[in-house]
Design a protein around this ligand. Structure first.
Ligand code: AMP
Ligand code: ZN
Length: 461
């Protein structure tokens, strides 16, 4: 089955056809790094990581180039620097590192390329110069602007007319804009702004606008047309609309062949957002929940639909994953099977239908339990292979069942390992009383010892 993706620009599901199957390109707008990201910010991370995994397994691991940028220059970063006294670089490296650690904790693969905006200011200025030469850009006392009415078909993605883009029009009069919908490509430095936020340009010292950053980084690393461009639905307008305007007017070719936008993660019926104050940080969630549980909860909804983030959603994800790992444990020793089931792959190939893919994963777990009940060794080996292959596509089942059931507190696990080892020794010494005492002590903590052919293991029950 081919991959079909919903393209937000054409408003339809289409068969995905990359320009070059040996170099499939995907660009996803990344974080502005000045604070810890909330779990809503990680929805695109998990959604597009799942697509990245599907593409890699379809076209080959080295045939997919996925770029997710870091926005490391922006008004909010400058404000943070002025407030804390830390340099811009200190702030951005600190929060980019936390972001990467959080993304890894929910099993997101590192993108192929992670371009930083400040490393690409030269490329941004080149595009702005081309736009000026072609008559799409002009300078004022405040900066260099893109002249929206010059572009005939502006607004194709968000289906908005330029006139709709007049928020703040009164303020913008000061900027000398020709049209209220014009947007900044380059902003001149204001007095008192930190030196590390200022670059030279032929128009004057300043910094790039946000939209031109993505156009320049994606063009440099992926080309003038990308196969897939993604981000949250709030980026459609104005960010992606303006990326289209800049890139297409400068380069004369389609900016992205497939536009994909994830819906909002809501909490308490409203979009999770810092300005509303209803945020949960992934960093905090990871204290109480395994990253894989968080990922399961996130992918339990279809990416285009809004998803309400609740404790119940996490509890359900945890219970289901426990069941699936429990089934995997029963077939764990049956190696050598070959995975052929297409359930999870087909679900993902249909516009990333993760709710169905997760139902298919549960079905595979049921098949594993069935084979284990029947002591069907061939069936168990096949079920093990199916579960692991499906897990790899979804970014799940990355632990052994023993690791999963033991949890992730390593000090605590070391203590229990030592008690289990002491009991093995007591049995070897035929000190049955001591062996029973240790077993009962562990049982009182909810830990079950499983004596098997390859030694004793344990799990939490
Ligand atoms: P930002 O740092 O605000 O630019 O957001 C980073 C990414 O997260 C963008 O792709 C946003 O569209 C996305 N995003 C922000 N808030 C949410 C939310 N509540 N639900 C889903 N995606 C979001
Ligand atoms: Zn962007």
């Amino acid at each position: 089955m081919s991959i079909r993706l919903y393209d937000s620009l054409n408003r339809e599901k289409r068969v995905f056809e990359p320009q070059d199957p040996s170099r499939v390109t995907m660009y996803v707008c990344g974080p502005t790094v000045y604070n810890r990201a909330h779990i809503g910010n990680f929805r695109p991370v998990m959604v597009f990581d799942t697509l990245f995994r599907l593409l890699r397994s379809t076209y080959g691991e080295d045939a997919v180039v996925y770029a997710r940028n870091v926005t490391d220059i922006e008004d909010k970063i400058i404000t943070a620097s002025q407030e804390t006294g830390e340099s811009i670089e200190e702030i951005t490296t600190k929060y980019a590192k936390i972001y990467d650690e959080d993304a890894a904790a929910v099993n997101a693969l590192p993108p192929t390329i992670v371009p930083w905006a400040t490393d690409h200011v030269g490329e941004m200025l080149d595009i702005i110069e081309t736009l000026e030469r072609k008559g799409y850009a002009y300078a004022t006392d405040a900066g260099v602007f893109f002249n929206v009415p010059q572009m005939e078909d502006y607004g194709r993605l968000a289906k908005r007319k330029p006139e709709d883009n007049q928020a703040g029009a009164r303020v913008d009069v000061d900027l000398g804009k020709r049209d209220p919908s014009d947007f900044a490509l380059w902003k001149f430095a204001k007095p008192g702004e930190p030196e590390d936020a200022i670059w030279d340009s032929k128009w004057g010292r300043g910094r790039p606008g946000w939209h031109i950053e993505c156009s320049a980084m994606a063009t440099k690393h992926l080309g003038k047309t990308v196969d897939i461009h993604g981000g949250g639905v709030d980026l459609q307008f104005p960010h992606h609309e303006n990326e289209i305007a800049q890139s297409e007017c400068a380069h004369g070719q389609t900016w992205a062949n497939y536009w994909m936008h994830n819906g909002f993660l809501d909490m308490g019926g409203e979009k999770m957002s810092k300005s509303l104050g209803n945020v949960v940080l992934l960093n905090d969630l990871l204290e109480d929940w395994d990253g894989e549980v968080i990922r399961f909860a996130m992918l339990s909804g279809h990416y285009r639909a809004p998803l309400d983030w609740t404790k119940d959603l996490l509890e359900q994800a945890k219970a289901t994953l426990n069941r699936i790992y429990g089934a995997l444990r029963r077939v764990w020793d049956a190696e050598g099977g070959i995975a052929q089931d297409r359930g999870v792959r087909d679900a993902l190939s249909d516009d990333l239908n993760t709710p169905i893919a997760l139902a298919e994963l549960s079905r595979l777990a049921g098949a594993a339990n069935g084979a284990a009940d029947r002591k069907d060794m061939a069936g168990m080996a096949e079920a093990r292979a199916e579960l692991l292959a499906a897990g790899a596509l979804l970014g799940m089942l990355t632990r052994t069942p023993a690791e999963w059931e033991q949890g992730s507190d390593s000090d605590e696990n070391a203590r229990i390992d030592a008690m289990v080892a002491a009991r093995v020794q007591a049995r070897a010494d035929k000190n049955w009383a001591e062996a029973d005492r240790l077993r009962d002590e562990l049982a009182a903590e909810g830990i079950e010892i499983m004596d098997g052919a390859s030694g004793a293991t344990w799990r939490r029950v």
